[in-house]
Design a protein around this ligand. Structure first.
Ligand code: C5P
Length: 240
């Protein structure tokens, strides 16, 4: 496979075309941003750690019947993924209150929900990724009702499996964000990445954050924390 033109630069990844029109090349960068890109810092090994974590999780999900765009990890910072047309929505699933939910409704930190909470945010840097509901999605023609229903269905399946993986690692999955794309055949396919950049993870014993909140709130060294997540994940996945 041959790396082609740069298609897109994200906050922590770069996407390139390849000589195969159905395959994209993803470079994971040693970079972290917060506050919609206003806070940006180089972080040693972050790209490598997130690439490995995301590859392990996507492989596990595929093994558990949740198809996704991941094809293979080429090297420490490089994944090959299936090309899809990204749907400009961030799908957030929450099992307990944190972050924007906690701020918005002034509830206790980590208050547990009886049922997972599902939210969509419209991907727009200019608008700061606003919350968007189903009828707003329909009005703006962002996605069809069938697509939205399928995204919700898959998001809850991802939540079930991720909760199981993290429980085995002694970690509480507080919330996470995923993104979907559409294949040429119109199938909704899980894409983007799943890593501590896009999940809130809390150590069940120490209650310490094992995710990007360490960077957002200056709680310690991000590399050390992400290494810990990869180590525990590799142990769990290795034993299956
Ligand atoms: O900030 P908020 O509480 O809405 O975030 C919910 C979840 O979505 C968190 O796990 C956060 O890391 C993730 N998220 C993300 N990218 C964003 C916004 C939120 O990965 N742009």
């Amino acid at each position: 496979i041959v790396k082609g033109d740069l298609l897109y630069t994200g906050k922590a990844k770069e996407m390139y075309a390849t000589n195969d029109p159905d395959v994209l090349w993803v470079d994971y960068l040693d970079q972290a941003t917060a506050l919609n890109g206003k806070k940006k810092v180089a972080i040693d090994q972050k790209g490598l750690l997130n690439a490995h974590i995301s590859s392990l999780i996507f492989t596990d999900l595929a093994q558990h019947g949740i198809k996704n765009h991941f094809i293979e990890q080429l090297s420490d910072r490089v994944q090959l993924v299936r090309r899809v047309k990204m749907i400009p929505l961030e799908t957030v699933v929450r099992n307990a209150a944190s972050g924007s939910f906690e701020r918005k409704f002034a509830v206790d930190h980590l208050m547990k929900f009886d049922e997972p909470v599902l939210e969509f945010f419209y991907k727009s840097d200019a608008l700061d990724d606003p919350f968007i509901n189903d009828s707003q999605v329909a009005a703006l023609k962002v996605a069809s009702a069938e697509t939205v229903a399928e995204m919700k269905r898959q998001a809850l399946l991802v939540n079930d499996r991720l909760q199981a993986i993290f429980a085995e690692m002694g970690v509480q999955l507080v919330d996470f964000k995923i993104e979907f794309g559409l294949t040429d055949e119109g199938q909704v396919l899980l894409a983007d990445e799943i890593s501590p950049d896009s999940c809130r993870l809390v150590d069940e014993k120490t209650q310490k954050s094992l995710d990007k909140d360490v960077f957002r709130k200056d709680l310690g060294d991000l590399t050390t924390v992400y290494k810990e997540v990869l180590q525990r994940l590799a142990t769990v996945e290795g034993s299956q």
